[in-house]
Design a protein around this ligand. Structure first.
Ligand SMILES: [Zn+2]
Length: 424
């Protein structure tokens, strides 16, 4: 279906500065245009009183984890991961995880995310949920172990199988070694070689906690970032979640490699891991994006909440209100993500020929009214509840708050069943 989006206030960008302009937009074959198509019919979407902006990109999450919402709050990182999450995780069954993934897709759509980068444990489940929901996704099967031809082989085979089965214009793949404490350096080396060979993105957790950095130094005599550099993992760019605890030379290595840091402010704060010095990373010229991490540690997938938290925490922690402008934060949730995914100019931007991944916000929502500064309201006032319609790849996923691709009642009833199965 082709569309004319009529009368909306459109969020545009000029040299890093966002501004709004009332403009009609056309969607033809999943791409945006400011000009009407030469032929063919189109449906009109009336957007008067709405802001039309690029969909947000959640650059790091684990969509299956919505089952863990508020399951292990207010405990230490080690207790949270090793004593609470992992023991239950080991009992989860693949077919149940389709439903928890779909629950995450509902929350992402309702709060304005149109693309997510996932790291998962259950073959095909997040691919299937992404495909059913219509969201754009980059999927990485979490890899652990010491040898891709030995203990890491089964998970790698799953990763390659789902790539074969679910790869599409909307779903692409990354190789995703979990972390330096669950994979060894040999595994990172092998994965780096394979990613180069297959032309795949790479994502991993990196320098999330002080304990992780100290343990790596004890075992390898080097920081986690130095290990990544030595194994070739940073070469050609990698997506690095967290990066809370980096030395200056760690950060410099990342900058030089062209890799992307994905900051997860809520998760890092909630697990007591600290606050990543994001303003410093941006100042160095590192590409920085935003992720929510999984619901188990956030406990939402709401990117508007994450944008506000990020900006406020950076200003508060540095006692400097000039760091991280609204413009920078919006870019981190859109164009910086496009850069990390190799989709610059195509994703995270309203431009001629760009992907039609759009969200529509009600400008009359009490949280945005009286619209004194629509751009800064996206960082400081929006909470996701203003999102009324969502489009990804030119397909409407939600219109006037009605979900069009997911049967919400069915998902809720399945998740209720699953929740009883694992937690009672
Ligand atoms: Zn994570």
């Amino acid at each position: 279906m082709n569309y004319l989006i009529k009368g909306g206030l459109v969020l545009l960008c000029d040299n890093g500065r966002y501004y709004t302009e009332e403009k009609d937009l056309y969607v033809t074959g999943g791409r945006l245009s400011f000009l009407p198509p030469k032929e063919g019919e189109y449906e009109i979407i009336y957007a008067a009183g709405q802001l039309v902006m690029p969909g947000l990109v959640n650059m790091h999450t684990h969509a299956y984890m919505s089952i863990f919402r508020n399951y292990a709050d207010d405990v230490s990182f080690d207790e949270w991961l090793f004593q609470r999450i992992m023991p239950v995780e080991d009992t989860l069954e693949r077919e149940d995880m389709l439903w928890t993934n779909l629950l995450s897709c509902i929350e992402m759509i309702q709060t304005g995310t149109t693309c997510f980068v996932d790291m998962h444990m259950f073959e095909g489940s997040s691919c299937q949920a992404a495909a059913e929901s219509g969201l754009r996704a980059v999927i990485g099967r979490g890899l652990v172990g010491s040898d891709l031809n030995g203990d890491g082989r089964e998970r790698l085979e799953q990763a390659l199988r789902e790539r074969e089965k679910y790869g599409s214009d909307m779903i692409s793949f990354a190789l995703a070694p979990h972390a330096i404490y669950s994979c060894n350096d040999n595994m990172y080396r092998q994965i780096s070689e394979l990613a180069a060979e297959l032309g795949l993105l790479k994502e991993t957790h990196l320098s999330e906690s002080i304990g992780e950095v100290e343990n790596a130094k004890g075992k390898y005599g080097r920081s986690p970032v130095e290990i990544m550099a030595d194994t070739g993992f940073l070469e050609g760019g990698a997506i690095l979640a967290h990066c809370v605890h980096l030395s200056d030379s760690d950060a410099e290595q990342i900058r030089r490699s062209g890799s992307t840091i994905v900051t997860n402010p809520a998760s890092n704060a909630k697990l007591g891991n600290g606050i990543a010095p994001v303003a410093k990373y941006l100042g160095m010229g590192i590409n920085v994006c935003i992720g929510t991490d999984g619901v188990s540690s956030n406990n939402t997938l709401n990117m508007f909440r994450e944008m506000a938290l990020l900006s406020l925490m950076q200003k508060g922690a540095s006692a400097d209100c000039t760091v991280l402008s609204a413009d920078q934060v919006i870019a981190m949730a859109t164009v910086n993500a496009a850069k990390a995914l190799g989709l610059e100019g195509r994703l995270g931007v309203i431009a001629e020929g760009a992907e039609a991944d759009l969200i529509f916000l009600d400008l009359n929502a009490s949280s945005l009214f009286p619209n004194n500064n629509v751009v800064s309201s996206l960082c400081y006032s929006a909470n996701g509840s203003e999102v009324v319609s969502v489009m990804a790849g030119g397909k409407l996923l939600m219109k006037n708050r009605e979900l069009l691709t997911i049967d919400r009642e069915r998902v809720y009833s399945e998740v209720r069943r699953i929740q009883k199965k694992y937690f009672s």
